[in-house]
Ligand binder design. Sequence first.
Ligand code: KIV
Ligand code: ZN
Length: 525
Amino acid sequence: MTQVSNDTARDSRDRVIVFDTTMRDGEQSPGASMSIDEKLELAKILEDMRVDVIEAGFPIASNGDFEAVRQISEIVTESTVCGLARAGMVDIERCAEAIRPAKRGRIHTFLSTSPSHRDHILKASQEDILEMVTKSVGHARNLCGDVEWSAQDATRTEQDFLRRCVEAAIRAGAQTINIPDTVGYTYPSEYAEIFRDLIENVPGADTVIFSTHCHNDLGLAVANSLAGVQGGARQVEVAVNGIGERAGNAALEEIVMALKVRGDRLPYFTGIETQHITRASRYVSAITGFPVQFNKAIVGKNAFAHESGIHQDGMLKDRGTYEIMTPESVGQGGSNLVMGKHAGRAGFREKLKTLGYELGQNALNEAFQRFKDLADKKKHVFDDDIVALVDDALASGSDRIQVKSLRVIAGTEGPQQAELIVTVDGVEKAASATGDGPVDAVFNAIHEAVPHTAILRLFQVHAVTEGTDAQAQVSVRLEEDGRIATGQAADTDTLTASAKAYVNALNNLFARKEKSAPDAIASGF
Ligand code: KIV
Ligand code: ZN
């Protein structure tokens, strides 16, 4: 096996801080909105993974963002919880308030420095910018002991002016200086050079940590981040599955594994426990409804699949012939046949542990029952099936509306028809409807049973494994009055999965509505 670990001979100066921005920059991907509960769950997964800093949101942006940052600050104890703020005093104060409960909190404040942003967005001179940097960072430092400053669009900023801005931020008290490639414009050697220059020439540079923040517009975000580390940066800002504005941010899993696997040439290390990577990736994909491309590095379905005969032959002789890291090292159990319907609860619990789940007794019972039901229907139950059914149980377990039964008449002769029974707080409601296709009929029947004005924004179906008896995993995104909620479900019956995913999204939508107006749901039914 060629895998080289840099676990030995560690020098703390080579430690790279992992700053996750999935919930902030990642959530800025069009359509990737996450609920507070989903963010809380993701924060737990990131903390389990030993992410150093969790950027939990942009508190001034909305009450929802504020609440997410505040509640995450309450539950996270190991990672630093960070909120983003523009340079204005009110932004910074709102951010300070949101992170106040955190054991370790950070204010991340930013200001554009490039000529393009100065002239077109801020209409400010270089001197104005320098003054704003000093004021904003100083104000943030008065409110929080840990302050990061970002030069938005740094890579298109005149280098001499960038040096002056960084110097001003350091003087005002910032301990982390982020040099974002906001528009994904730089390339590796140039980005590394920017860091070398700042570290060599800015007074006080040796007292702070420099950070990368790379967007993927040219597909270079990961390469640029690694080059930034070679240039002296010791923090990387990343997002799970590389989600983020436009083409996304540098992918957490790719940077972390590149540093781990290529420790021979990249002698840096992170504190990430990499076996949690796949679970984080799947969770982010499920809650955003953004599928992970099959050939995506590290977390794609095919990332460890060996199809050609020559490769399979090599793998059987020695895994190192075609694998530079093991699937287990990133928490991919592979598509192993796990257990049949005679499996016991203890074995099932052990299996869940290897897949990264530690469930309480009730959730375990519910998942075990679902597993038994699935094993009755499906010939082979794979790890991926178990992950789908547990995620499904966790997503819908406390839903007030549940699908009880569904019958659909479909075929070449329309209209297709759906008969549905749901329970709302335990009370049954029956409805039937026709539609332009079976899915439309099912969704119309749900509308009949639970009247609402939400608009369907996304409907997506994936097969969890291969074969005609594979579970269908369905994601649904709904929007109502500017609120967006995603739901998901898995079932061997695609239409049942669709109904459950739609109902799960409705529950999530109503739960948000309920938080802002507690009586709205009851009257909505
Ligand atoms: O890309 C960017 O410049 C940002 C900053 C707010 C850090 O996301
Ligand atoms: Zn960004």
